[in-house]
Design a protein around this ligand. Structure first.
Ligand code: TPP
Length: 160
């Protein structure tokens, strides 16, 4: 899903099962942010964790070309569409879903997207688990974006 106004452009996940992971940030949001640059629009990408893990090198592209965009990680620590799919199949076949986490969760260890961002040369913050910390983190991220840089704020979320 993309929505935009004269000033702000936001991209967020549509149900991802119908398209390739790795698409949202790399080919869609970053391209949109590049196109937005000459219009002076603020670009915000609400980024899922599974998708970013398919093509993380795009963070380097964002940093190298100084494409300003705020990346808000919707970090539910898993491929949750897959969890839901497996649960649905278990239910259809009258099986327990206690193993639905196998191969579908991104935990143990948890991935630090702030460190991932920093490793690729971006400003990165998080993981944020307390909503009280969100406003200040967004403000710091937006300060970087308004200077023309990409920035990433890792927000730990509920699965859906
Ligand atoms: C290249 C590719 N491999 C596998 C899939 C199957 N698939 C669809 S959704 C999904 C999980 C997506 O995880 P994430 O991006 O974190 O979003 P979430 O479902 O957690 O919101 C997977 C593995 C796909 N769409 N594309």
């Amino acid at each position: 899903m993309f929505c935009s106004s004269d000033r702000v452009h936001v991209s967020a996940s549509a149900p991802p099962a119908d398209r390739l992971l790795g698409f949202q940030f790399c080919s869609a949001s970053l391209g949109a942010a590049l196109a937005n640059r000459k219009h002076g629009r603020l670009s915000i990408n609400i980024q899922t964790d599974g998708d970013l893990n398919f093509a993380p090198g795009v963070l380097w592209t964002a940093a190298h070309h100084r494409i300003s965009m705020l990346i808000v990680m919707h970090n539910n620590r898993g491929y949750h569409a897959e969890v839901m799919f497996v649960e649905r199949q278990c239910s259809l076949h009258n099986r327990g879903a206690e193993n639905a986490h196998i191969g579908t969760k991104l935990t143990d260890p948890d991935i630090s997207y702030a460190k991932m961002a920093q490793a690729y040369g971006l400003y990165g913050e998080g993981p944020i688990t307390d909503p009280k910390d969100l406003a200040a983190a967004y403000k710091r991220g937006l300060e970087r974006v308004r200077k023309g840089e990409p920035a990433l704020i890792d927000v730990v979320t509920q699965p859906r």
